[in-house]
Design a protein around this ligand. Structure first.
Ligand SMILES: [Zn+2]
Length: 100
């Protein structure tokens, strides 16, 4: 078992090494999935993770969830290590979501 690596840009947590963390797959719910993608994309170095298509192999670790874990109230990852995540200008250049 090689473990999972977090797919968030700038995050290198690995389930094999960081056993205290949880690693979540992208939700099946379309709306929720869109929000995850949006947030993860904003964390990209260029502000756009244009070719990113999550598969069952992509995981997001619990560090990106408010309170350190996904829950009924915290369903979308909002905490990212890279700068510019909260910069709307960076996200505006990203059009792949609206065109999907
Ligand atoms: Zn992570």
């Amino acid at each position: 078992m090689p473990g999972f690596t977090c797919c968030v840009p700038g995050c290198y947590n690995n389930s094999h090494r960081d056993k205290a963390l949880h690693f979540y797959t992208f939700p099946k719910d379309e709306e929720l999935r869109r929000l995850w993608l949006k947030n993860v994309s904003r964390a990209g170095v260029s502000g756009c993770f244009s070719t990113f298509q999550p598969t069952t192999g992509h995981r997001v670790c619990s560090e990106h969830f408010q309170g350190g874990r996904k829950s009924y109230l915290v369903r979308v990852p909002t905490i990212f290590p890279l700068r510019g995540v909260n910069d709307p200008a960076a996200f505006d250049s990203c059009s792949f979501i609206s065109s999907a």
